[in-house]
Design a protein around this ligand. Structure first.
Ligand code: FAD
Ligand code: UDP
Length: 371
């Protein structure tokens, strides 16, 4: 066999595996069904602006080792994600913080005022054991914020009303009683100056790559090329959906060059009204504090129903799907010489830092087995 490892997918997980394995002398082939490397972190330079082709990607982590690892492949700026949320003709700071509260309620000035106001707002709706996202959200921030900033956005994002969604989804969002618009609580945060694609290019330098190559277009042939396979696509597809299909949420992106130097004044603006079909508009130049180009590039992000053939962007980690995933995970554990990993392989809502952590842990295991 020509290769030690075949890696299916040139996203962040596949690229780290390829880089680390080739560093220890393994011969690696990467195949990628898209026409470019990078998976969902791919950025493309359009009129001098690095465009996040698959939605806003902000690197954030509290793990210093992971921060140091990614910084070997790019210089990061000090971007802090501070999205705004637009609801009809009102605009608010996210995540929910004192800036949001003081703008929403004219009689709120201090953290105590805000806590009191939210307590009042919760009084008529409080549920002691929240069973769904609606109940959880109202318990957390009260009815007004739920109705203006959560209800419509979440229903669009997941294609279901909030009372049919699991509450864990909202736990990603911080609620703060300080005037702090930082979307994340992590110690390290930033955007790679020059985009994310350079990171993957550096990881894959000198490694054989075949683009526009779907593993399933000739599975037998690709399986015969290497002794071991690292598969980073959807796990249910690998097993030909033998236990049934996992559910995903898909997205479509509409990118436009605008003849204005500053379209919205911020990298990310969420549109929380249900009647606006997109969830957010990204203005890419603001990720790199670009104040010189005379034009700008924006992307509208539309959540869509996932069906076979469309991109599975988000796993839907409710109980039903998690149970089904466990069956596939068990099956994968019993395979010899095949390893399934990454956001789709592990069917988890992993951010980039978690992907790096998972990939490096996997490589450590391989190194120990090789000894
Ligand atoms: P992917 O990037 O999905 O890579 C898998 C690759 O495998 C893809 O290129 C795919 O084409 C390829 N592939 C699949 N099947 C086959 C096949 N049969 N044959 C060949 N190739 C195949 N994380 C953050 O940390 N911060 C953020 O701000 C952030 N924002 C996000 C916004 C959106 C809209 C989304 C969807 C994700 C976001 N993430 C963010 C998460 C981040 O994108 C992931 O952590 C990371 O991209 C996962 O890398 P991966 O390699 O596991 O998967
Ligand atoms: N959310 C919301 N309003 C917003 C932004 C987010 O209600 O303006 C909710 C929504 O349910 C979303 C979840 O918070 O799915 C997590 O948001 P995040 O921005 O972390 O999602 P991602 O960037 O991963 O799509």
């Amino acid at each position: 066999m020509k290769y030690d490892y075949l890696i299916v997918g040139a996203g962040l997980y596949g690229a780290i595996c390829a880089y680390e394995l080739s560093k220890i002398g393994k011969k690696v082939l990467v195949i990628e069904k898209r026409g470019h490397i990078g998976g969902n972190i791919y950025t493309e330079n359009i009129i001098g602006i690095n465009v996040h082709k698959y939605g806003a990607h902000i690197f954030h982590t509290s793990n210093e080792e992971i921060w140091n690892y990614i910084n070997k492949f790019a210089d990061f700026n000090n971007f802090i994600n501070s999205p705004m949320a637009r609801y009809k003709n009102e605009i608010y700071n996210m995540p929910f913080n004192m800036n949001t509260f003081t703008k929403l309620w004219k009689d709120v000035f201090t953290p105590d005022d805000a806590i009191k106001k939210i307590e009042e707002e919760k009084r008529n709706y409080y549920v002691s054991n929240p069973k769904n996202l609606e109940e959880q959200a109202i318990n957390l921030v009260g009815i007004t914020i739920y109705q203006k900033l959560i209800k419509g956005y979440t229903a669009k994002q997941w294609g279901k009303p909030c009372n049919e969604l699991p509450s864990f989804i909202i736990k990603r969002l911080p609620v703060r009683f300080t005037f702090d618009n930082n979307y994340f609580n992590d110690k390290f945060q930033g955007i790679p100056i020059g985009g994310y694609t350079q990171i993957i290019e550096k990881m894959l330098a000198g490694i054989d790559i075949q683009l526009n190559t779907d593993f399933f277009s000739n599975r037998k042939k690709y399986e015969s090329l290497a002794e071991k396979i690292i598969y980073t696509g959807p796990i249910d597809k690998f097993f030909e959906y033998k236990y049934g299909c996992l559910e995903y949420r898909s997205l479509s992106f509409e990118t436009e060059i605008i003849d204005s130097s500053n379209f919205q004044g911020n990298a990310v603006i969420n549109y929380t009204d249900y009647n606006i079909p997109f969830t957010r508009i990204i203005e890419h130049k603001h990720f790199e504090f670009d104040t010189t180009s005379s034009k700008t590039v924006i992307t509208r992000e539309y959540p869509t129903t996932w069906k076979e053939g469309s991109e599975p962007f988000y796993p839907i980690n409710d109980d039903k799907n998690n149970q089904l995933y466990l069956k596939y995970e068990n099956e994968a554990k019993n395979l010899k010489n095949v390893y399934v990993g990454g956001r789709l392989g592990q069917y988890k809502y992993f951010d980039m830092d978690k992907i790096i952590f998972e990939a490096l842990q996997f490589i450590e295991k391989i190194k120990i087995c090789n000894k």
